[in-house]
Design a binder for this molecule. Structure first.
Ligand code: ZN
Length: 138
C-alpha cells in the first residue's frame, strides 16, 4: 500500500469564507500517483470545516444565513467560551459543517456523485490555517 500526506494552507480575507478546494485535492491525487484507494481531507483547526456540497453561490449564501441563525457571531457576550476569544460561534459552525470528508479514489479520479465538490469552510479566518490531505491505496 502506498500513502501520501500533504498540508494545504489557507488565510482568508474575511472571518467566514467557503472555498472550493476540489482542484487542490485533484492535484494531490496526481502527485500521489495512487489510482485506487481513499482520500481523506480534514481541517486541522477546530474553527474550520471540510465538507462536500454544490458550488452554487445561492446555496453558499443560504449556508451563511442558516449558520448565523443557529450560532450567531454576535453578541460575543452570549457565549461562555468568549472570555479570552470571540470565536465560540466558529466552533459551533465547524461542528455542524463537519471536520472531514473521505472520497473514494477510482482509476486515479475522485469518485464523486453529481455536483459534488470539496469545500474548505472558514469560520474564524484572517490567519493562516491548515488542511490535511491523506491518500492511501495502490
Ligand atoms: Zn475558541
Amino acid at each position: 500500500m502506498k500513502s501520501y500526506r500533504k498540508e494545504l494552507w489557507f488565510e482568508t480575507r474575511n472571518r467566514r469564507e467557503l472555498i472550493n478546494i476540489t482542484r487542490d485535492i485533484q492535484i494531490c491525487v496526481a502527485e500521489s500517483a495512487i489510482k485506487e484507494g481513499l482520500v481523506l481531507v480534514n481541517a486541522m483547526h477546530i474553527t474550520s470545516s471540510i465538507f462536500i456540497n454544490d458550488d452554487e453561490s445561492g446555496l453558499h449564501h443560504d449556508f451563511e444565513i442558516w449558520l448565523e441563525k443557529l450560532a450567531p457571531e454576535k453578541p460575543h457576550s452570549q457565549y461562555k467560551h468568549n472570555g479570552f476569544e470571540d470565536n465560540a460561534d466558529a466552533h459551533l459552525k465547524r461542528t455542524i459543517m463537519g471536520r472531514e470528508v473521505v472520497v473514494a479514489l477510482t482509476k486515479g479520479e475522485l469518485d464523486f456523485g453529481p455536483w459534488e465538490q470539496i469545500f474548505y469552510g472558514e469560520f474564524d479566518g484572517k490567519r493562516r490555517k491548515r488542511v490535511l490531505v491523506k491518500i492511501i491505496g495502490e
